[in-house]
Write a protein that binds this ligand. Structure first.
Ligand code: ADP
Ligand code: GLC
Length: 484
């Protein structure tokens, strides 16, 4: 029998349903934990996309009249990577057109408190004394606000301990207190020493307050969230709990993100056979209507378009970039003003700037491979995955020194280039001028062929596999259970 059993409760999981990095982590970390002997099962809502993709699912439990919903069931299935999956099948809450959190117009679903309260409640039931399953986890690992209430239910109902993993403190799941009774939460929990936050019921605060241990997705972010600037109001609670707060850098799925076997690429390549990278650049230029130039550095962006990601600065300096010259390709969606700005630039600078507004897994891989430099000037970044992918694809990233970006990219200087540790360009001070100066620095190095080759090689030599991080999660689980 496995030493440790963990229920990994999450609101998205790749490859079934993804809006951002949480899905990537939920898709890969459980497999890495299983590889080191931890019996992890993933719990996810049965969104339409999930229901359409799971195969050979069987009903393993049913729940009647929970939170006023007549019938909910739990299905057991398996992820493509072999990880056991539990799917919460409740058509009226989850089977809709639109995304996991928003309707097709980009508005939050009005019943999100119920939708994710239900997910949290089921997670807690599975970690509780009267679980309907014969598999009993030792720990529930919650992820972000969507599963934060599970920690509260587990405490109120004397279930197993929980770990709360913060992927992004900016999203907090705040709802009117009127939801308390439908969600079966005791009135006494609605206090500053509980799940109340400025008059609202906060799912995130519930998780942070009631869990047994907090993790977040990089060591630097673990420090930053205890300060006013990036604590999003939770800094007091987080610094109070700092002894139970651990930063563990995310890894990446090295099978999914591997230029030597990536079916989304025009040509596969590897550290020892780099010729294919140029072919991907050509294919990307062609696909995006950029001039077919091998000699001009091509900059890439794959991102949610939000204030967090700092793309407003890049959009501001884009006209000046075309004079360097560089080309720029952007993939993303989100903030409508940013989307419009990106499209306007593409129209004004045809052949030099291109934008694809939308979500495309295939194009995201081609951009990682086909660009020369990846740009990620995030104002804050709990971990960030694209800068990890870009390094693996030999595309040095330009990043702002924050969170996981600071922890995963080593700035290129004469010394770091000489000792083989340089892997990108890091700037401090969030300003358009600093970003522009850093892009100029990267472009200068790009034209020094040997140095650039060395930099790309350094990037591709780095190990971002999940193994080390999975061991760190296992250490946390053991500590929480008093087994460490
Ligand atoms: P975040 O989770 O904050 O959005 P991460 O860097 O951790 O940032 O993860 C983002 C993930 O979502 C990456 O796998 C990235 O490739 C993917 N992604 C973001 N936007 C798009 C898009 N428009 N099309 C395809 N993939 C995208
Ligand atoms: C969040 C963060 C991102 C992180 C991802 C996975 O979406 O914004 O930095 O990489 O979660 O942990």
């Amino acid at each position: 029998m496995a030493e440790l059993k963990v229920l990994f409760a999450t609101s998205e999981v790749a490859p079934f349903i993804k809006t951002g990095g949480l899905a990537d982590v939920s898709g890969a970390l459980p497999a890495a934990l299983r590889a080191i002997g931890v019996d992890v099962r993933v719990l996810v809502p049965g969104y339409r996309k999930v229901m359409e993709q799971i195969e050979n699912a069987s009903v393993v439990a049913t729940f009647e009249h929970l939170f006023g919903i007549p019938h909910t069931s739990l299905l057991a299935a398996t992820m493509p990577n072999g990880v056991p999956l539990l799917v919460l099948d409740c058509a009226e809450l989850y089977q809709r057109d639109g995304g996991p959190y928003q309707n097709p117009l980009g508005e939050d679903w009005p019943d999100n408190a119920l939708r994710f309260g239900m997910l949290s409640k089921i997670a807690a039931l599975l970690g509780g004394k009267s679980s309907p399953l014969d598999w009993h986890p030792d720990i529930v690992n919650c992820n972000d606000w969507q599963t934060g209430l599970a920690s509260a239910y587990l405490k109120f109902e004397q279930g197993v301990p929980s770990v709360m993993t913060i992927h992004n403190l900016a999203f907090q799941g705040a709802f009117p207190s009127g939801n308390l009774s439908q969600l079966g939460l005791p009135a006494s929990s609605f206090s500053i020493n509980g799940l109340e936050y400025y008059g609202n019921l906060s799912f995130l605060k519930a998780g942070l307050f009631y869990c047994d241990h907090i993790t977040t997705v990089s060591p630097t972010y673990a420090e930053e969230i205890q300060q006013d600037a990036l604590g999003f109001g939770m800094q007091g609670l987080l610094s109070y709990r700092q002894k139970e707060l651990t930063g563990i850098l995310n890894g990446i799925d090295t099978d999914e993100w591997n230029p030597a076997q990536d079916s989304h690429l025009a040509k596969k390549y590897s550290k020892g056979r780099m010729a294919g990278k140029a072919e991907n650049k050509r294919a990307l230029q062609e696909k995006m209507g950029l001039e077919q130039r091998a000699d001009i550095p091509l900059l890439g962006v794959v991102s949610r378009f939000t204030y967090q990601k700092g793309l407003d600065l890049l959009l501001e300096i884009a006209p000046r970039l075309t004079e360097l010259p560089v080309q720029l390709v952007m993939l993303g969606s989100g903030d409508v003003a940013m989307q419009n700005a990106a499209q306007t630039l593409a129209m004004r600078y045809p052949g030099k700037i291109a934008a694809y507004i939308g979500f495309s897994e295939a194009l995201s891989h081609l951009i990682e491979a086909g660009t020369d430099i990846f740009v990620m000037p995030s104002r804050f970044e709990p971990c960030g995955l694209n800068q990890l992918y870009s390094q693996r694809y030999g595309t040095p990233p330009i990043v702002h020194a924050t969170g996981g970006l600071a922890d995963s990219v080593r700035d290129c200087t004469d010394e770091t280039l000489a000792d083989g540790s340089a892997s990108g360009f890091v700037f401090s001070g969030m300003s358009a001028d600093n970003l522009l100066a850093t892009i100029q620095r990267a472009v200068t190095l790009y034209h020094q062929e040997d140095a650039w080759k060395q930099l790309r090689k350094n990037c591709m030599s780095k190990d971002f596999s999940w193994e080390t991080s999975a061991k760190a999660y296992r250490d946390v689980y053991r500590k929480v259970l008093g087994r460490g």
